[in-house]
Design a protein around this ligand. Structure first.
Ligand code: URA
Length: 202
């Protein structure tokens, strides 16, 4: 059963990370239907994701939910995960406030081995990467760029998992760059058509 294999993988990853950081690290694992033909991959959880223990439940998650509505699919039919399963953050020395930061190459390296195994269990037909970090990780190409590859499906392999890759901008990017919204909507409509072609959605 895929769910049992994923549970075992979670335990293994949690032990690995707790050993590495020498503390009980709050991790956010993938969530959703492991039998789904389609997997969505983000970058890393934020504060709200850690509090709720689920990916994409904060502001970026709200944007993602709107995109999923455009695709006319149910979130519960999907499997959603992140490259990095801990929250990368920095602390402002003056105010003591925490803010999210981009994961380091080292963090991505540690977690991508587990993402590979996660996908090898699920064996999706389609992977939708959200943003640059997930795209570079799946293509194992640091030079890959979402600005160039967004909205263009490609066949790819990640470990033993082979699937169609559909790169989308990260849903948080339209919070900061409003001019991306039109491009994002066009990409979503291409994805909707592609889901029909692949018979993932009727
Ligand atoms: N951004 C991500 O990439 N993943 C989340 O889970 C939340 C925000």
């Amino acid at each position: 059963m895929k769910s049992t294999l994923l549970e075992d993988l979670k335990v293994e990853l949690k032990n690995h990370i707790d050993d590495l950081y020498q503390t009980d690290m709050p991790l956010v694992f993938g969530d959703g239907n492991p039998d789904s033909a389609m997997v969505l991959i983000g970058e890393a959880p934020g504060k709200q994701e850690v509090q709720k223990g689920k990916p994409f439940v904060g502001q970026a998650g709200k944007n993602l939910d709107q995109f999923i509505d455009i695709l006319e699919i149910e979130r519960t039919d999907l499997y959603i995960t992140n490259v990095v399963k801990l929250r990368p953050y920095k602390v402002n020395e003056d105010t003591g406030r925490e803010s999210n930061r981009t994961p380091t190459k080292k963090e991505i390296g540690i977690f991508s081995a587990y993402l590979m195994r996660e996908l090898e269990i699920i064996m999706p037909r389609l992977v939708v990467t959200l943003g640059n970090i997930a795209l570079k990780c799946i293509l194992q190409d640091d030079k890959a760029s979402i600005g160039v590859l967004h909205g263009e499906p490609a066949q790819t392999k990640f470990g033993a998992a082979e699937f169609s890759l559909f790169p989308l901008y990260h849903p948080a990017s339209i919070i900061y760059k409003a001019d991306l919204k039109d491009v994002y909507l066009q990409d979503l409509h291409k994805l909707k058509k592609y889901l029909k072609e692949m018979k993932i959605k009727e």
